[in-house]
Design a protein around this ligand. Structure first.
Ligand SMILES: [Zn+2]
Length: 425
C-alpha cells in the first residue's frame, strides 16, 4: 500500500513541478513588467512633482501641476495586467486538472485501507474497557513518545492518564527534553557537550550517534545563510572533529569532506538544485532533510534508554495484517471451517512469538502449562512432556531414574535433564 501511495504522491509532485516550470517564468516576467511600468509611469513622476514642489516652496507649488498618465501609458499597463490575468486564469484551469491526481491519493487510500481490523486475533484484548489493558497501552505509548523525542506529548499523556512513572524514567525524560530542544534549535555543539558530560556516553551506540551529530553540524554550517567561502571554511575547520573516527569511518569522512569542497549554495535541502549532477548523484542523500529526523530519533532513543516495542509491534502488524485479513475472509466465508483455531504461519520480518501453541496437545501455553524446549530443540508444552514421559508405551525405555522417550518430531531420545522452560515476551 505504501508503494501505491508513494507513486500517487510522486505523481502529484511531478504535476506540480510541471505547472511550476510552465508558469513560473512567464508570470514573474509579467509581474516584473507591471512593476516597471508602475515605477516609471506613476511612482517616479509623482516623486518628481513632490520634490519640485518642496523646492519651490508653498507659493510656487500651486503652479506645478499634477502629473498625468498618458493614454499610451495607460494602454501599456492595462495590456500587461490583462496578460497577467490570463496567465492566472490558465493556472487556475490547469490547477483544476491537478485535483484529479490529488483525489486519486484519497481514493487509493480508501481502497487499500482496511478500517475494520476486528476478529483477526483469537484472544483479542479489550483495550478500552479494561482499565489494566488501557494503562498498559498508555504506558507503551508514553515510552514510544519518549523514545521518539516527543517529551511534551509523553508528559501530557502521563498527566492525563495518571500513569505511575518511577523517578529514573522522570530523569531521562528531563534530559531528553533538554537535548531534543537543543537539537531542534540546531545547537548541535551544545548537544554534544551535554552528552559528553553525561552518563549517556557509556550507552552502546553512542559513538555512532556522536559521529552523526558531527556530520549534521557540518551540513548545518554549509546550509547557513552566509557567504559561501566563509561557511565552507567554517565547515572545513569543524571537520577536524572527525579525527577520532578516522579509522572506522574513513569512507564516510571522505564523502563528507568531498561535499564540503564541492558545496554549492543551490544544494540547500530546502530548495535543492534538482538538475545539478554532482548533487544528485553523489551528495543528495547526505543533504536529505530526513537525516535530521533519523538522528533526532536515535538521540531520543539513546537518552530515553527505553527502546520502545511499539515500533516493532507496528512493523509486524503492518506486515502481517494483509495476510491475516485474507485468512479472515476465507475463514468467514467457508462453512467447513468453524471458529476452531487454524495455525497458519504469517511471514514477518524478524519473527517474534508472543504466544505458543503446543503442537501435540494443540492448546495455547499458559503460566501453569509453559512451553518446554527439548534437548533436540523442538518445543512442546509442559503437559505434553508430562503425558509423554509418564506414558509407558513401547516407544519408551527405562533409563536411570526416569523413562526415556523419543521426540515426536525427530528420532532423538529425550533426556529430561536437558529440557528447559521457555519464556515468550
Ligand atoms: Zn526433536
Amino acid at each position: 500500500m505504501a508503494g501505491i501511495l508513494n507513486e500517487d504522491a510522486n505523481k502529484v509532485v511531478e504535476e506540480l513541478e510541471k505547472l511550476r516550470e510552465k508558469y513560473e517564468s512567464p508570470l514573474k516576467k509579467s509581474v516584473g513588467m507591471i512593476q516597471i511600468y508602475l515605477k516609471e509611469l506613476i511612482d517616479e513622476p509623482l516623486a518628481e512633482v513632490k520634490a519640485a514642489r518642496e523646492v519651490s516652496g508653498a507659493a510656487g507649488a500651486e503652479h506645478i501641476s499634477e502629473p498625468t498618465l498618458s493614454v499610451s501609458g495607460q494602454v501599456m499597463i492595462e495590456k500587461e495586467v490583462q496578460k497577467t490575468r490570463d496567465l492566472v486564469s490558465d493556472i487556475v484551469q490547469e490547477h483544476r486538472n491537478l485535483h484529479k491526481v490529488v483525489s486519486r491519493c484519497g481514493k487509493d487510500l480508501d481502497k487499500h485501507f482496511e478500517a475494520d481490523l476486528s476478529g483477526l486475533l483469537r484472544n483479542e484484548k479489550d483495550a478500552e474497557g479494561v482499565v489494566e489493558n488501557r494503562q498498559t497501552i498508555n504506558k507503551l505509548m508514553y515510552e514510544y513518545f519518549l523514545d521518539t523525542g516527543m517529551s511534551e506529548v509523553a508528559e501530557a499523556l502521563k498527566r492525563e492518564a495518571e500513569l505511575p512513572i518511577d523517578s529514573k524514567e522522570e530523569k531521562a525524560s528531563e534530559d531528553l527534553k533538554i537535548v531534543i530542544e537543543l537539537f531542534r534549535k540546531r545547537e548541535i555543539v551544545a548537544v554534544i557537550e551535554f552528552l559528553e558530560a553525561s552518563i549517556y556516553k557509556k550507552v552502546p551506540g553512542y559513538t555512532n550517534l556522536l559521529f552523526d551529530l558531527h556530520r549534521q553540524h557540518v551540513i548545518f554550517l554549509l546550509e547557513e545563510n552566509k557567504d559561501i567561502k566563509l561557511k565552507k571554511d567554517e565547515a572545513l575547520t569543524y571537520c577536524r572533529n572527525f579525527q577520532t573516527f578516522a579509522v572506522e569511518k574513513c569512507d564516510e569522512i571522505s564523502h563528507i569532506m568531498g561535499a564540503v569542497f564541492s558545496y554549492s549554495d543551490t544544494w540547500k535541502s530546502s530548495t535543492p538544485d534538482f538538475k545539478n549532477p554532482v548533487w544528485k548523484l553523489r551528495y543528495k542523500n547526505l543533504f536529505h532533510p530526513n537525516n535530521w529526523l533519523v538522528v533526532e530519533s536515535n538521540l531520543a532513543k539513546l537518552v530515553s534508554k527505553i527502546n520502545s516495542p511499539v515500533e516493532v509491534l507496528l512493523t509486524i502488524g503492518a506486515k502481517a495484517m494483509p495476510s491475516m485479513l485474507s485468512i479472515k475472509n476465507v475463514l468467514t466465508r467457508s462453512p467447513l471451517i468453524s471458529s476452531e483455531e487454524l495455525p497458519i504461519s504469517v511471514e514477518i520480518p524478524n519473527p517474534i512469538h508472543s504466544t505458543f501453541t503446543c503442537p501435540i496437545l494443540k492448546v495455547q501455553a499458559t503460566e501453569s502449562n509453559p512451553p518446554i524446549r527439548l534437548g533436540c530443540g523442538h518445543v512442546i508444552s509442559k503437559e505434553a512432556v508430562n503425558k509423554l514421559s509418564a506414558n509407558r508405551n513401547t516407544r519408551n525405555t527405562r533409563h536411570g531414574n526416569g523413562f526415556r522417550w523419543k521426540c515426536f518430531y525427530c528420532p532423538e531420545d529425550v533426556n529430561m535433564q536437558e529440557t528447559k522452560r521457555l519464556r515468550f515476551t
